[in-house]
Design a binder for this molecule. Structure first.
Ligand code: FAD
Ligand code: DLZ
Ligand code: SF4
Length: 509
């Protein structure tokens, strides 16, 4: 009997659980480009093009290895429009005994798949996604009984469990974390290696034409598409990063530079999350670079922490806390998303730069996401549902399992401190220290109030004042509240006035 194996657009790994025991003589792989996945949020054009191009190349690799693949194009007249209708059609056309799927990365799809056994009338085997290094059971056991979860402790356990950067039972270098070496400001005239790009082949060019025609009203640009779309290309991006960027990844990890969207980051999140790279091999490549003297410990540890620590940690929280996590709104924030998140039309240069990179590349690096875009949404009190929808749409590495905990937990503190010990709120001084934006900006970062003042300055204090009842007992904010208490009433009134005026004048999306 034939087993149907459904592969989703972010499961493009030959190691994926659902392909593991495939009988290539009898089994069939199903892959489908479907309207439901393209539009449940209207993803960035570049994200859709990347996934479809990578899906088509993956299907091609499977076929060349002898596997029978049903691949449905978005513009096929018989396309049923959803994964469920495609599975139904495949089952109706053949003698299928069982459907095998690896669990999806989003709760909404998991719920649909759980109903398939009864709605489709066949056996459905939903397998755990073991590309991740921490199983959901292991994470639940780790989290059990903890009121707040802290990534640092999770990360130490993962380092020990996988024996990564360890010297016996101690961390190599005597410390778990070298971030004190990792906060250098960008230097004028820094020569940053350009990212590795790939000219689209015929298959990718077809996809670019399709997306341009079918998704014209989606956000984002398709010009100069250069993403890797095969595992081989993604491995080349990884090699390029290890060779050219990893040595400086650590010290410039928090830096932002005018018209330099890529900096020393790895730009592999797209590939890790779609399955073209596996976290274990990325971590191994970085650790090898350290042991062979090609990259310093502060960079290698910092990079590995993002993947072994943060990436696994946020995914664990997502599955532990869904579906309720999506509705959390600790600050009861209700403002609509400002229009400039889509247009970039703002005099705040840091925001304009971040939106511009996002529109062009479906990418902005972590500090732009956290300390510019996210920080603004937090300080302005934008509704978490709207901030989440935006972040899920605009980044080519965005899937809800990783986007939601980063936005609701890390950035918006919407879970009240389950994921992060304090909100990552900051005024203009932080952005000024870590970038060269402010000297070119319309606003004056040194001014705290008035029409010319940097909006982050008064929005920061206004946020602390507004949310005092919910934040004043947070020990990590004690110093800020003591500073607030030393401000005179005129100063407080000026802060409130400037914040109200600025926010009232923001065009909504
Ligand atoms: P690098 O800076 O080179 O880091 C290496 C890798 O570490 C990344 O590719 C990623 O796999 C992992 N990583 C780093 N930080 C995190 C983190 N906080 N959570 C999970 N993994 C991490 N990452 C996504 O993959 N998808 C998202 O939708 C996403 N949304 C985010 C939204 C906000 C508001 C914030 C603050 C962060 C978000 N991140 C997200 C995390 C991080 O910003 C991106 O992973 C990173 O910018 C991707 O670029 P890179 O590959 O160059 O990463
Ligand atoms: C993001 C996405 C898009 C845009 N399109 C498809 C698609 O047409 N077919 C598909 O199988 N997957 C697509 N995906 C990825 C899914 O949305 C993703 O698998 C789920 O959100 C779970 O992570
Ligand atoms: Fe951003 Fe303020 Fe600096 Fe302008 S002055 S770039 S708004 S932090």
């Amino acid at each position: 009997m034939t087993v149907l194996r459904l592969i989703l657009g972010d499961q493009l790994s030959h190691q994926i659980a659902s392909l593991r025991d495939i009988h290539i003589d009898t089994d069939i792989v199903l892959m489908a480009e479907v309207g439901a996945e393209v539009t449940y949020v209207k993803h960035h054009k570049r994200k859709i093009a990347f996934l479809f191009a990578a899906m088509r190349h993956f299907a091609d690799e499977l076929r060349r290895a002898g596997t029978t693949v049903i691949y449905r194009h978005l513009d096929d007249p018989d396309n049923g429009g959803s994964l469920e209708s495609e599975v139904k059609q495949a089952i109706a056309a053949r003698q299928i005994s069982k459907l095998v799927v690896t669990m999806p990365g989003e709760y909404r799809l998991m719920e649909i798949m759980k109903s398939w056994q009864s709605t489709l009338g066949i056996v459905v085997e939903l397998r755990e996604d073991d590309r991740f290094l921490c199983s959901l059971d292991k994470f639940a056991t780790w989290a059990d009984g903890r009121r707040q979860l802290r990534m640092d402790f999770f990360y130490r356990d993962m380092r020990r469990d996988y024996n990564i950067l360890m010297d016996g039972s101690e961390p190599i270098g005597g410390k778990w974390n070298f971030d004190s070496d990792n906060r250098e400001s960008p230097k004028a005239g820094m020569v940053i290696p350009p990212p590795l790009q790939f000219a689209p082949d015929d298959m990718t060019s077809d996809v670019l034409g399709l997306v341009a025609a079918r998704c014209a009203d989606h956000f984002g640009d398709l010009d100069d598409f250069g993403f890797a779309v095969t595992r081989q290309q993604a491995l080349a991006v990884l090699d390029h990063f290890i060779d050219q960027r990893l040595p400086d990844f650590g010290r410039y990890q928090d830096a932002m530079l005018l018209d330099e969207p890529w900096l020393y980051h790895s730009h592999i999140g797209f590939y890790l999350n779609a399955g073209l790279l596996l976290p274990a091999e990325v971590i191994a490549a970085a650790e090898t670079a350290y042991h062979s003297g090609r990259a310093p410990l502060n960079s290698v540890e910092g990079f590995i922490r993002q993947i072994l620590g943060w990436r696994e940690f946020v995914r664990g929280i997502y599955w532990l806390k869904m579906p309720g996590y999506a509705d959390l709104n600790f600050f009861e924030a209700e403002r609509d998303l400002p229009e400039f998140f889509w247009t970039g039309n703002t005099k705040m240069l840091c925001m304009a730069q971040a939106v511009d990179a996002t529109r062009k590349y479906a990418y902005a690096h972590h500090i732009q996401r956290l300390m510019v875009l996210g920080n603004f949404a937090l300080l302005a009190g934008v509704a978490p549902s709207q901030v989440n929808a935006w972040f899920l749409i605009v980044y080519a590495d965005a899937y809800e399992w990783v986007e939601l905990p980063n936005v609701s937990g890390m950035v918006l503190f919407a879970d009240g401190g389950y994921l992060a010990s304090k909100p990552y709120a900051a005024g203009g001084a932080y952005i000024n220290r870590m970038s060269n934006y402010c000297r070119e900006c319309h606003y004056k970062v040194s001014q705290k109030n008035g029409a010319a003042a940097c909006p982050f300055n008064y929005l920061y204090w206004d946020f602390l004042i507004r949310n005092r009842p919910k934040l004043q007992d947070n020990a990590r904010l004690g110093m800020m509240y003591r500073s607030l208490d030393r401000m005179d009433v005129e100063k407080i009134a000026a802060i409130r006035h400037d914040a109200d005026q600025f926010l009232a004048a923001l065009p909504e999306a």
